[in-house]
Write a protein that binds this ligand. Structure first.
Ligand code: NAD
Length: 422
């Protein structure tokens, strides 16, 4: 079994497996059930030829991994990034499974990706690549089979092209094939903001839990895309002073707090936070160890490692990104009780929760207002936060282990009750 699963080998997949093994031990999961709960059910690899604008043809690799089918369709984002591999996508699909189960959603986890640099492709090329990927995926997706959403490097427009390509194939509009689409196509109010808004809500709950005055708190945020930029604004609304942000090109720092509106305008024009006039430059490495109350990794996996975990100087780590902390870093953080970790599968769950609301609205063709969406989102996050904190306290285990235990156990139960099929 293990040898055949070598196709997924990747640092992030090894990390997801290590986390799973620790939790399976904690749950005393029988050996006979482990491989079935742990490994992805299906993986699809496709070659995607497209015409570049200069008339040449280029082939891009594309992937989709569907982790388990026991609770409903699979659900998960689509990533455009040069380093995407099958193994990375498999790790992200596993995390999606535990996240959906923790939040009580009727989904298995999935993830997809295309190894490409979206910044090097024109809009027309991106559209051809997205449509080609959707076409290749048609036998493996559907509103009751597998539903995609935006992730790193993809956005509402990419989802709109996917929805259109699938609908053309079916011969009727099928909005429920993707979530995170524009509201004009059956997207949900509040979906674009959902992940960052959820981060803000949970950080506020964490400050209550550890007795930190949020109006005196400072934050440093790595990644200023969809999630990082909305998390910054959301934290600012709770009274937090955002002192540093970064992106793939570098970061900016102002001890008195960054002017977030000015920064948004700068990013809209320059496509990077770098060069923002009212701040000093800072590197991504420096940002992670900056003295601040709240550290928000909102970019890539494996940013908090054994090399920097000992130097982190915050009170709360809010994991907006998926998999930002390695198991070796976890061991160091577990020895530092002054740091409260909101683990990724809880911290960034706002995105998939509102994706679920979008799917439900599309299936019923009955749409909700933003207040209703946000109210329902906060209720689900509140319930999950309370369950994770109380399990962590009751069993004296780290927050990550508690969150994963709740998610993994639900999948294990579903598989056990159903039998060997899903
Ligand atoms: P995005 O593409 O909108 O933004 C990503 C940001 O990270 C950009 O500012 C980019 O410049 C920066 N970045 C990329 N590589 C970097 C590097 N090496 N160092 C520093 N910064 C870097 O993506 P997003 O949707 O905001 O996703 C960010 C993270 O949140 C990812 O881990 C994603 O899986 C996770 N996530 C996203 C959603 C969602 O709804 N979009 C939901 C849950 C989790």
């Amino acid at each position: 079994m293990l040898r055949r699963m070598d196709i997924y080998d990747h640092p992030s997949f090894r990390m997801a497996c290590q986390q799973f093994d620790l939790v399976a031990d904690h749950l005393q999961m029988p050996e006979s059930e482990r491989a079935r709960v742990k490994y992805p059910k299906r993986a699809v690899t496709v070659a995607l030829p497209i015409h570049r604008d200069d008339g040449s043809v280029q082939v891009f690799p594309g992937y989709r991994v569907q982790h388990h089918l026991a609770l409903g369709p699979t659900k998960g984002g689509l990533r455009f990034h040069p380093d995407v591999t099958l193994g990375e996508v498999a790790a992200l699909a596993m995390w999606m499974s535990w996240k959906c189960a923790l939040m009580g959603l009727p989904y298995g986890g999935a993830k997809g990706g295309i190894a490409c640099d979206p910044a090097q492709l024109s809009q027309a090329e991106l559209e051809r690549l997205t449509r080609r990927y959707t076409q290749e995926m048609i036998p493996f997706i559907g509103p009751q089979i597998d539903v995609m959403a935006p992730d790193l490097g993809t956005n509402e427009q990419v989802m709109a092209w996917m929805m259109d390509s699938y609908s053309v194939h079916i011969g009727a509009a099928v909005p429920s094939i993707v979530t995170g689409k524009p509201v004009a196509l059956g997207g949900s109010q509040g979906r674009r903001e959902a992940t960052g808004r959820g981060v803000g809500y949970l950080v506020n709950r964490a400050t209550d839990t550890i007795g930190l005055d949020i109006s005196k708190a400072t934050a440093a945020i790595q990644g200023f895309g969809n999630v990082g930029s909305v998390a910054a604004l959301s934290l600012a609304r709770y009274g937090v002073k955002v002192v540093a942000v970064s992106d793939v090109f570098g970061g900016v720092y102002n001890a008195n707090g960054l002017d977030l509106w000015g920064l948004e305008k700068h990013v809209a024009a320059q496509k990077t936070v770098v060069g923002f006039s009212e701040a000093e430059p800072i590197t991504n490495e420096q940002l992670l160890v900056l003295p601040c109350s709240i550290l928000v990794p909102a970019a890539l996996e494996r940013q908090i490692t054994a090399a920097n975990a000992g130097q982190i100087q915050c009170r709360i780590i809010a994991e907006a990104a998926n998999g930002p902390t390695t198991p070796e870093a976890d061991e160091i953080l577990n020895q530092r009780p002054e740091i409260f970790v909101i683990p990724d599968i809880l911290c960034n769950a706002g995105g998939v929760v509102v994706s679920y609301f979008e799917w439900v609205q599309d299936l019923q063709s009955f749409f909700w207002g933003e207040t209703e969406v946000v109210d329902k989102l906060f209720r689900l996050l509140e319930s999950a936060f309370t369950r994770v904190v109380s399990l962590s306290r009751k069993q004296k285990i780290p927050m990550r282990k508690a969150a994963l235990a709740l998610g993994v156990e639900r999948v294990q139960k579903a598989k056990r009750i159903r039998g060997l099929f899903p």
